[in-house]
Design a protein around this ligand. Structure first.
Ligand code: UDP
Length: 329
């Protein structure tokens, strides 16, 4: 029973691969290495450098490795980039996911776990959001993922696939054992940017928008630790193998932190009072989004164990320092 992980050389995917290996699974990674890194994939894993939209390649991989389940991470994930390049996002995240799903159908793969996002909810009126909160994405990124959810649902109905769609809130932190982390060059995510500023890789950082209708005027997000998120996929895999019904599950902790709060935690944990500048709102950012994640706990049996924002920041800082050493070598 081999699991195919698309995007397994990337941030969340590389944590997933470690969890799968620890559970004794056989893993094949498909990654085009545009944002992922070959060194993020452990040596015992087969790494295929290629595109998940390449049907000839994916078809061959499924047949040759006897793929039983696909965990699909490969995607572009930067909200403002998606606003500037919608067609790139629809090609990469939507069209290529369509190709991948078709390969799964043709190759007889019966289980797919799909990385979706809280961005499918958009500008929500009420928090926390449940999986049944109306989806109204405000960015091409969110729309590209919602379209993929629909394709998966429709295909599952027609072709007897079983799926779990996980809607991630804000993924952060790194492997607590320091084996992998968020390595993407030019990353834009808040905790990574703040950690890079704390260790002096950036002279300053910006807070985008201080006039949101939130307690301190900055956006509220629900930050989930990356290993906990990988563990949610493990729970989903077990659930599907046990005959569980297809479904959609939020992955977050149910607690919102403002941008200012996160910046303060990074300052405290790092002990560095780095420079922060206040800038206008960034396009595509909803003011607040926090998960109601009871369904994943109740149905998948997911039990998060890393819900601690200071520890998450500590892991992210440690990884940033390790990356600096690696990049200097
Ligand atoms: N943010 C910020 N400065 C940064 C990066 C992010 O103020 O350098 C804010 C961003 O505007 C949003 C929140 O931090 O309100 C989380 O953004 P991130 O890009 O980490 O994740 P997103 O919620 O967009 O997926």
């Amino acid at each position: 029973m081999t699991v195919l992980v698309t995007g397994g050389a990337g941030y969340i995917g590389s944590h997933m691969v470690l969890e799968l290996l620890e559970a004794g699974e056989t893993v094949v990674v498909l990654d085009n290495l545009t944002t992922g890194f070959w060194w993020a994939v452990p040596k015992e894993v087969t790494l295929i450098e290629g595109d998940m939209g390449d049907q000839a390649l994916v078809g061959r991989v499924i047949a040759e490795h006897g793929i039983e389940a696909i965990i699909h991470f490969a995607a572009r994930i930067v909200v403002p980039e998606s606003v500037a390049d919608p067609l790139g996002y629809y090609l990469n995240n939507t069209s290529k996911t369509r190709n991948l799903i078709e390969c799964a159908v043709k190759g007889g793969v019966k289980r797919i776990i799909f990385s979706s996002t809280a961005a499918v909810y958009g500008d929500v009126k009420v928090n926390p959001v449940t999986e049944d909160t109306p989806q109204n994405p405000v960015s091409p990124y969110g729309r590209s993922k919602l379209m993929s959810e629909w394709m998966l649902q429709d295909t599952a109905r027609a072709h007897g696939l079983a799926y779990v769609i996980l809607r991630y809130f804000n993924v952060a932190g790194a492997d607590p054992k320091g084996r992998t982390g968020q390595s993407t060059a030019g990353a834009t995510h808040l905790i990574k940017v703040a950690c890079q500023t704390a260790i002096g890789d950036r002279p300053e950082m910006a807070i985008f928008g201080t006039d949101y209708p939130t307690p301190d005027g900055t956006c509220l997000r629900d930050y989930i630790q990356v290993t906990d998120l990988a563990r949610a996929h493990m729970a989903a895999l077990k659930y599907l193998r046990g005959g569980g019904e297809s479904g959609i599950f939020n992955c977050g902790y149910g607690r919102g932190y403002s941008v200012r709060e996160i910046v303060d935690v990074v300052k405290q944990v790092s002990g560095v009072d780095f420079r922060v500048v206040l800038q206008p709102r960034r396009p595509g950012d909803p003011p607040a989004i926090v998960a109601e994640a009871a369904r994943a706990r109740a149905i998948l049996g997911w039990q998060p164990i890393h819900d601690d924002v200071a520890a998450i920041v500590g892991q992210a800082l440690a990884w940033e320092k390790a990356l600096r050493v690696r990049n200097a070598a």
